[in-house]
Design a protein around this ligand. Structure first.
Ligand code: ATP
Length: 201
């Protein structure tokens, strides 16, 4: 049987429990192994001035992956110079894993905007889309403008209100983040003096 590989891109600034939830639910629902967690180099849609530099974001993602059998960190985007486009990434992963079936994992909001991305038809030519629907989302409506030939599988996940923005805000305010991020992330950030310890809550 061919390898079934998931790809979850993100800024991971820093990684949090929402990322793990999505990767884990997609892996179970679609029988993916591995799910590649792909930290962006310089995200095209996000301004400069992120809190954590690329090397540290990759280190944190690798620490999360080390705790989960099916998760792996894929460093290709941070190793690439400049802005990374998903089309280049999925083609590179496809070339590295001949014969593998690929699923690119994305949220319903991203699915709605997908037709505006760089070369979306190149993405759907090599990967299926795993559309993550949080409770209350409507993935079918969001899929209305996809390129022809796009193959979409829906992955339902419970809605949990955690984002990297929230984690960064708490870090900035000197508050603990232990309920929002995997233990390995909290530990690594604490060692670097970037977060408060849970006892100071
Ligand atoms: P930021 O708050 O900095 O915008 P983020 O928390 O959305 O970041 P990203 O690294 O940009 O995190 O997201 C990577 C992927 O994870 C995206 O597809 C995003 O939709 C998804 N994601 C992030 N948080 C959640 C969550 N709580 N539940 C489900 N999916 C999530």
């Amino acid at each position: 049987m061919s390898e079934r590989v998931g790809i979850l891109g993100g800024t991971f600034d820093p990684p949090h429990t929402g990322h793990v939830l999505v990767a884990d639910r997609a892996a179970r629902r679609l029988d993916l192994d591995p799910v590649l967690l792909v930290p962006t180099g310089r995200p095209p849609h996000k301004p400069e001035g992120a809190l954590l530099d690329a090397a540290l974001r990759a280190e944190l993602v690798a620490a999360v992956a080390a705790e989960h059998d099916r998760l792996e960190m894929w460093p290709g985007e941070i190793e690439r110079e400049g802005v990374s486009y998903t089309a280049d990434t999925v083609e590179q992963i496809a070339a590295e894993r001949p014969g593998a079936e690929l699923w690119f994992i994305l949220g319903t909001d991203q699915l709605r905007e997908f037709h505006r991305w760089r070369d979306p038809e190149r993405i759907v030519a090599v990967a299926r889309l795993a559309a993550v629907a949080r409770s209350g989302d409507h993935p079918d409506e969001a899929a209305a403008r996809l390129p022809s030939g796009a193959r979409v599988d829906v992955v339902h996940v419970p809605r949990i209100d955690v984002s990297s923005t929230l984690v960064r805000q708490r870090m900035g305010d000197g508050l603990p983040i232990d309920d929002l991020v995997p233990a390995a992330v909290a530990e690594a950030l604490r060692k670097k003096g970037l977060v408060a310890s849970p006892t100071s809550r």
